[in-house]
Design a protein around this ligand. Structure first.
Ligand code: ADE
Ligand code: ZN
Length: 338
């Protein structure tokens, strides 16, 4: 258990904007001559006490204002890769919110180009790989999502998929059916946040209306045994984010998190960090927290890591290579017990 950071991991649910650390907010603001309403990074971090998803999103969108130039996005991507690798992440499928930058007048080519630059540098320097998934904001009109997809196509954005995020309650998936169908026609994969704050009906909506390949969060599936059984039968991956759920009060504390129920039901659970700069931990921290809370052994941790590989959109040959490394980690942990 002590070698969690060495367990090879794939991350499937991380918002690149949610990796914007307070120090980097301050640095980018100083660079761009932006005056911030707090004196230092500690004061900013002090504001990270959230009652729910919306109270987090308010600060998350406010902080984005420091991301303005192509090299800001490159820096953000690179810094995430450095930190993720230190925790054992070898590949990530990374969300970004194009509308949150487009609405501030940042050219789409700079957003995408910067992220590509930052991840290319990480790949060259230390072999970390990343793919991009563009998320549509579900609290904005579906027509805006459609325009955003057109713009992504126009700049030839190298995205592998589309997602749906932002405020879930009161913003169902159904209006986004057409834009997700267009994404499917373009050969893109589809994922959606569902069952984070809203109930099982939100998960049902993402499956029925958007044809998703994975459900982001999905923890509220435990409230509907029929739905959970269906998720298990169809091997629908759930990208679960335990520390996020605690911080946003989707669960009252880690001990009450439904992870053990999902695991014992046989759900295809993966572990993820969501917005690690805000929720007190990167992917290794999420692994460590649930391992300690629920007494998960190395075999279970390796199973969770393998689940992410299988649920990823990586080609089979790369999946095999990472799974071999996970098997090696597990074998070494068994040997060290003798
Ligand atoms: N946890 C989350 N849920 C919904 N939208 C988000 N955008 C960034 N983080 C999010
Ligand atoms: Zn998320």
């Amino acid at each position: 258990m002590s070698r969690i950071h060495e367990l090879p991991k794939v991350e499937l649910h991380v918002h690149i904007e949610g990796t914007l650390e307070p120090d980097l907010v301050l640095e980018l603001a100083a660079d761009a001559g932006i005056t911030l309403p707090y004196p230092d990074a500690e004061a900013l971090r002090g504001r990270y006490v959230f009652a729910d998803l919306q109270s987090f999103l308010d600060i998350y969108y406010e902080n984005l204002d420091v991301l303005r130039r192509r090299h800001d996005f490159a820096r953000l991507a690179y810094e995430y890769a450095v930190r993720a690798l230190a925790g054992g992440v070898v590949h990530a499928e990374v969300f970004f919110d194009p509308q949150a930058h487009r609405s501030r007048g940042v050219p789409m080519a700079d957003v995408v180009g910067g992220l590509v630059d930052g991840f290319a540098r990480a790949r060259t320097e230390f072999g970390f790989t990343a793919d991009l998934i563009a998320c549509f904001l579900r609290d904005r009109p579906a027509a805006e999502a459609a325009e955003t997809l057109d713009e992504l196509v126009a700049v030839d954005a190298p995205i592998i998929g589309v997602g749906l995020d932002s405020a879930e309650v009161g913003n169902p998936a159904s209006p986004f059916a057409d834009v997700f169908a267009r994404a499917a026609d373009l050969g893109l994969r589809r994922v959606a946040h569902a069952g984070e704050e809203a109930g099982p009906e939100s998960i049902r909506g993402a499956i029925d209306h958007l044809g998703v390949d994975r459900i982001d969060h999905g923890i509220r599936s435990v409230d509907d045994p029929d739905l959970l059984a269906e998720l298990v039968a169809t091997r629908m991956p759930l990208t679960v984010c335990p520390l996020s759920n605690v911080c946003l009060q989707a669960v009252s504390d880690l001990a009450s998190h439904p992870l053990p129920d999902l695991l014992s039901a046989g759900a295809h659970v993966t572990l993820n960090s969501d917005d690690p700069a805000y929720f007190g931990g990167y992917l290794d921290d999420n692994f460590t927290a649930v391992a300690e809370q629920f007494g998960l052994d190395d075999e279970t941790l390796a199973r969770l890591a393998r689940n992410s590989v299988v649920a990823s959109f990586l080609p089979a040959s790369r999946q095999r290579e990472i799974i071999d490394r996970i098997d090696g980690w597990q074998a070494a942990s068994t040997e060290s017990r003798w």
